[in-house]
Design a protein around this ligand. Structure first.
Ligand code: FMN
Ligand code: SF4
Length: 483
């Protein structure tokens, strides 16, 4: 995991907690209505993959317990983790690409409704992603995966058959390999093979504009049937639709190049989803206010993306920053690259070891700029900000300053899913404050059940343990709830 070289330590500082009356009169706990989006407060749990789905992508008891636990704490909205729209094996990542997933998803929505007394709106994040393979060792890559071409022959000045050329390449040192392999081959050697939206010589990549709108539309229809209040289209971080939006998308088929071309597929996906679920169902998206990579989409273009999405009719725009493969660290042999290990990954989930700016409210400047652009263009579309929020005054100040309309807390919600209940009850002093250590994030990287480091320090009599028996699967109950 990359950290800013300054390595300044920042302690969380939630500031003063409000009284019951001050909380009741606050912006944070005031309602918001826009289009089909109706929230009883401006609070939000952004999507977090907890690695609790079955290997076939079904909802399990532990998935249900995870979301029930958030709902019991009383946030206005919870976004269910990134959920795959295709019917293809993708390990323990939740899936919605076929009707057989409906029963589990219905169980999940019913549990959240029960636990929140019907108050918490439940959205599901719909994701598509391209193939990424684990890094293999040098010899395996050069003998099994490297396709010998005339370019290698020319570079080696060897007029020989494939196996003879391969033998020459196998004998090269690292410097030699760097001269003979092209940048893409070198990347596959150092990082593992990864598909890109620009690989249009592959039929299934060329076809994405035809294939994705119906896949997302069918997934959204299923989400509606399963009882979700809406969907969040995942246009952020390192995944397919974010890659279409990216400045690095040079597709020449009308779905890349200038911003209009790069927006085309995300807008066509939106149109298909809207058509499938109608105007009375919430359709929002998450996108990047800045890719935070060299030559990536930066804030000025993100403002124009926000305007285009607002004009199209999205019910909310949730912002994130970074989280890209382009600057990720090379994985160990046997592991796959992970888009949160480089500087852009740091921007996505900033930790307490930071630069002078620190991890708290790190996205507010970008969110404010996108919101202003959307408002100046004449749209009232709500903007959701997240990134280092943990205190009431901090969230309230962001709303007051017009940074956003809704404040998301991901890791703080994980550390203490009772945050909203405690703060509204005038018991902010009882909040278990997130230390922004990214212990949870390291588990996510290993695809291990995500838990919080702070849970084990709380007194606790019962609960479900992780399969290794060492950690708790859900946050401990709030002491007043313990009989
Ligand atoms: C364990 C974990 C899993 C995450 N999974 C997702 C995800 O599925 N989709 C997504 O858009 N963001 C995901 N994120 C990013 C969060 O939604 C959020 O943007 C980020 O953690 C910054 O907000 P915070 O400072 O409130 O935690 C994840 C974060 C964590 C810690
Ligand atoms: S492990 Fe807990 S305290 Fe550390 S960042 Fe994650 S939620 Fe916060």
């Amino acid at each position: 995991m990359w950290r800013p070289p300054e390595k300044v330590r920042h302690a969380p500082d939630p500031g003063a907690w409000p009284t019951v009356e001050a909380a009741a009169g606050s912006r944070l706990f005031s309602p918001l209505a826009f289009g089909a989006l109706r929230l009883d407060q401006r609070t939000w749990v952004p999507a977090m993959v907890p690695w609790r789905a079955s290997d076939e992508g079904f909802v399990t008891d532990t998935v249900v317990e995870w979301y029930e636990r958030f709902a019991a704490g009383g946030p206005a909205a919870v976004v269910v983790e990134a959920t795959g729209v295709r019917d293809v094996a993708s390990g323990p990542l939740l899936r919605i690409g076929d009707d057989r997933f409906l029963a589990g998803l219905e169980r999940l929505t019913a549990a959240v409704r029960r636990a929140s007394g019907g108050r918490t709106r439940l959205f599901i994040q719909l994701i598509d992603f391209l193939t990424i393979r684990r890094r293999v060792d040098r010899e395996t890559f050069l003998t099994r995966f490297l396709k010998i071409t005339d370019r290698h022959r020319e570079a080696l000045q060897a007029d020989a058959d494939d196996e003879a050329v391969r033998a020459l390449i196998l004998g090269l040192d690292d410097g030699g390999l760097a001269r003979i392999l092209d940048p893409r081959e070198l990347e596959s050697l150092r990082m593992g093979y990864r598909e890109r939206v620009t690989d249009t010589e592959l039929a299934h990549i060329a076809d994405l504009p035809a294939r994705l709108p119906p896949l997302f539309a069918a997934a959204a229809r299923r989400a509606k049937a399963a009882g979700f209040d809406g969907v969040e289209l995942h246009y952020a971080h390192a995944y397919t639709l974010a890659s279409f939006l990216s400045a690095g998308n040079t597709r020449a088929d009308g779905y890349g190049g200038d911003l209009q071309g790069r927006l085309r597929l995300p807008l066509e996906v939106y149109a298909a989803v809207r058509e499938a679920v109608g105007r009375d169902h919430v359709v929002g998206c998450r996108f990047l206010a800045d890719e935070c990579i060299v030559d990536g989409t930066a804030l000025p273009e993100a403002c124009r993306i926000g305007e285009a999405f607002a004009r199209a009719g999205f019910d909310f725009l949730s912002l994130s920053r970074g989280g890209k493969f382009e600057d990720a660290q090379p994985p160990k042999v046997g592991a796959a690259a992970y888009p949160y290990t480089g500087p852009s990954g740091y921007e996505c989930m900033p930790s307490f070891l930071s630069d002078e700016r620190g991890p708290f409210g790190r996205n507010v400047t970008a969110a404010e700029a996108v919101r202003t652009a959307v408002r100046v263009a004449g749209f009232e579309t709500p903007i959701v900000v997240a990134g280092g929020f943990h205190g009431f005054a901090q969230a309230e100040a962001a709303l007051e300053a017009g940074v956003a309309d809704v404040v998301g807390m991901a890791r703080q919600a994980l550390a203490d899913p009772d945050w909203w209940r405690k703060v509204r009850a005038g018991r902010g002093d009882a909040v278990r404050v997130c230390g922004f250590t990214n212990y949870c994030e390291a588990l996510d990287q290993k695809h291990a059940p995500v838990t919080c480091q702070l849970w084990d320090r709380s007194p606790r009599k019962a609960g479900r343990r992780t399969p290794d028996g060492k950690r708790w699967m859900t946050a401990p109950p709030w002491e007043p709830d313990v009989p």
